[in-house]
Write a protein that binds this ligand. Structure first.
Ligand SMILES: Cc1ncc(COP(=O)(O)O)c(C=O)c1O
Length: 509
C-alpha cells in the first residue's frame, strides 16, 4: 500500500456510474472488501474525504457518507485533527480456505442418482433459437406478441392483492375453466374445471403424476422409442420401465401384456407418437383402454401437440373414450403458445381429484399467477383459438415444404415419414446406414436433428433422424434439406459415432 500525504493511495478503488448501487454504497462496499481482506491493514490512514471525492470524481457528501457508514460498522475511526484510520480492532479475514478434499466415501446418494442418472440423463440442451429441423419449437416469428404485451401490461395494472399473493396450488380458476372450454371445442374432451390441474409445463405434471401414482418398483409401460422427459419422471420415482414396441397403429398392447401384465401405468402419446410421429389407431385406443382396465392400471396420455392436425378431423383423445376413469390427460401450452411460459395441465379422473388437490396443496405447488392470468385472458378473449387456426395453416405449409424438399433432395438417403399431426416427423435411414454417423454429419452442418436411438430403452429395428418443421419458414426448410442431403452424402460411410442407444435396457430393481 503506497502512502502519500493525503493518506493511503488506493489505486483499485473505482466507482461505476452505470452501476445500480448508489455511489456512496459502492465506495463503502469496495473499501469494506479491501479492509476485510487485509489489503488495507489496521491503522492505515485513509485519504481525507475531500481528497477521496476528488480522486473518484464524486461529491464530498458522497465520500463522507461512505466513511460514516464504515465508521458505524466499526471498521474506521476518526481521530480529531488527524484524519480517518482503519480501526486497530479490525481482524482481516483469513484467506478463503481451499474447498475441503472429498471424503473417502460420501454419504450414499439415492438409487436414482447412483444407478440411473448417468445412463439416462445425458446433458442434452434444447437449441434456443429457430433453425432447421429443431423439434418441439413453435413458430416464434408468427406469435402475436403485440397482443400478448397489451394483455400483460393490463394484467400488471390489476388488483395488487390478487396479482401479488400466492396463487392457488391447483391453478387459477379462470384458467381451469378456459382449458375445459378449449378441450371441449378443440379436442372433443368434456371435463369439469375442478378436474383440471395447472402445472409448470407437462414435465412438471409428469413428475407430480408419477409421485401420486407410482411406488418404487412399479412396472410402467413406456413406448419404445418414447418421450424422454416422461421416462425420466417415472424413473425418478423408482419405476421399473417396460419398453413396449410401437407399430404403425401405436403402442403394441399385446406385447405389453405379455411383458408386464401387472403394470401399474402405461404412458402413451396417441395423437403424435413421440418421436415417430404416427397416430394411434381407433382400435388400438380401445385395446389399450381395455388392457388398462383388466390390469388395474392407469394410463397417462400425453397430448403435447394434440391441437395441431392437418388432415381430416382427428380422433378424439383416449381420455374422451375413457368410460372407466383410468386416463390422466396431460396438455401443454409450450406448443400452442410458447415454452418459456412454462404452463401445462392435467385432466384427472374424478376419483383422483381429491388426491391431486391434497398433494398439490401440501407441497405448496403453484405456478406464476401472472402467466396463468394472461393466458386465461388470451383464451377467454378469443385470441387463442384465432392463433391456433392461423398456426394450423402455417404448420401445414411448413410440413408440406419439408415433404416436397425431401422428395427432391433426400430420395435414396432418408425416407421421410408422412405425418398429419404435430411439429415433427422422422427420416428413416436406408438399411445399414449408421445412425450416429448421420446425426454427427448433420450436427457438423449446423442442423438440429436427433438420432432415434436417443429415445429408446431397447434397440429398435429402424434407424433415423427427427425432423422438426414448425420452427422455420418454408424457404429455410428447403435450404436445410439441401444442406442435410449434402451432409449425409459427405458423411456416408464415415462410421462416426455408432448409433448406440443412450438407454440400454429396461430398468428393474
Ligand atoms: C413428448 C413431449 N411431451 C410434452 C412436451 C411438453 O413439455 P413441457 O410442457 O414441459 O414444455 C414435450 C416438449 O417438447 C414433449 O416432447
Amino acid at each position: 500500500m503506497t502512502k502519500y500525504a493525503g493518506g493511503a493511495l488506493i489505486p483499485t478503488l473505482r466507482v461505476e456510474r452505470g452501476d445500480a448501487a448508489n455511489l456512496s454504497m459502492q465506495l463503502a462496499t469496495h473499501l469494506r472488501e479491501l479492509i476485510l481482506s487485509g489489503d488495507l491493514p489496521p491503522g492505515t490512514r485513509l485519504p481525507a474525504s475531500r481528497v477521496l471525492a476528488g480522486e473518484q470524481g464524486v461529491s464530498r457528501t458522497t465520500a463522507v457518507a461512505a466513511y460514516e457508514q464504515l465508521t458505524s460498522e466499526g471498521l474506521l475511526v476518526s481521530r480529531v485533527g488527524a484524519g480517518t484510520y482503519i480501526s486497530d480492532e479490525v481482524r482481516p479475514m483469513a484467506p478463503r480456505p481451499e474447498p475441503p478434499a472429498p471424503p473417502e466415501r460420501l454419504p450414499r446418494l439415492a438409487f436414482f442418482s447412483r444407478e440411473i442418472s448417468e445412463q439416462f440423463f445425458p446433458r442434452l440442451s434444447h437449441p434456443r433459437s429457430p433453425r432447421p429441423f429443431v423439434t418441439g419449437m413453435p413458430a416464434f416469428d408468427a406469435f402475436p406478441m403485440a397482443q400478448w404485451a397489451r394483455l400483460s401490461a393490463r394484467y400488471w395494472r390489476g388488483n395488487r392483492a390478487q396479482l401479488m399473493s400466492y396463487p392457488e396450488a391447483t391453478g387459477l380458476p379462470e384458467l381451469r375453466a378456459a382449458i375445459c372450454r378449449h378441450l371441449r371445442a378443440n379436442r372433443g374432451l368434456v371435463c369439469q374445471p375442478e378436474e383440471v390441474f395447472v402445472f409448470a409445463g407437462a414435465q412438471d405434471a409428469f413428475l407430480q403424476i408419477a409421485q401420486i401414482l407410482i411406488d418404487p418398483g412399479d412396472r410402467v409401460w413406456m413406448e419404445n422409442p418414447g418421450a424422454i422427459g416422461a421416462r425420466n419422471a417415472f424413473l425418478a420415482q423408482g419405476a421399473a420401465l417396460i419398453p413396449v414396441p410401437v407399430d404403425g397403429e401405436g403402442i403394441d398392447v399385446a406385447v405389453g401384456q405379455r411383458a408386464a401384465p401387472d403394470a401399474r401405468l402405461a404412458f402413451v402419446t396417441p395423437a403424435h407418437q413421440h418421436p415417430l410421429g404416427t397416430t394411434m389407431s381407433r382400435d388400438r385406443r380401445f385395446e389399450l383402454l381395455a388392457a388398462a382396465e383388466a390390469m388395474g392400471a392407469w394410463i397417462v396420455e400425453d397430448d403435447y401437440v394434440g391441437e395441431f392436425h392437418y388432415g381430416r378431423s382427428p380422433l378424439p383423445p383416449l381420455k374422451a373414450l375413457d368410460g372407466a376413469g383410468r386416463v390422466v390427460y396431460v396438455g401443454t401450452f409450450s406448443k400452442a403458445l410458447f415454452p418459456a411460459i412454462r404452463l401445462g395441465y392435467a385432466v384427472v379422473p374424478g376419483a383422483l381429484v381429491e388426491m391431486f388437490e391434497r398433494t398439490l396443496s401440501a407441497a405448496a405447488h403453484g405456478v406464476s399467477h401472472a402467466m396463468q392470468s394472461i393466458v386465461a385472458d388470451f383464451m377467454t378473449e378469443g385470441h387463442f383459438s384465432a392463433h391456433l387456426r392461423r398456426m394450423r395453416d402455417l404448420y401445414r405449409e411448413r410440413r408440406d415444404a419439408l415433404m416436397d424438399a425431401a422428395e427432391r433432395h433426400l430420395a435414396g438417403t432418408l425416407t421421410v415419414t408422412p405425418t398429419d399431426t404435430g411439429f415433427h416427423t422422422v427420416g428413416l435411414l436406408a438399411d445399414g446406414r449408421d445412425e450416429g454417423g448421420a446425426a454427427d454429419a448433420a450436427a457438423a452442418a449446423g442442423i438440429a436433428t436427433a438420432p432415434l436411438s436417443r429415445f429408446t430403452l431397447q434397440p429398435i429395428p429402424q434407424t433415423g433422424l427427427t425432423l422438426g418443421f414448425s420452427a422455420v419458414a418454408p424457404h429455410e426448410i428447403e435450404r436445410g434439406v439441401e444442406r442435410l442431403a449434402a451432409a449425409l452424402r459427405a458423411g456416408a460411410g464415415t462410421g462416426a459415432g455408432q448409433g448406440k442407444p443412450v438407454a440400454g435396457g429396461a430398468i428393474r430393481r
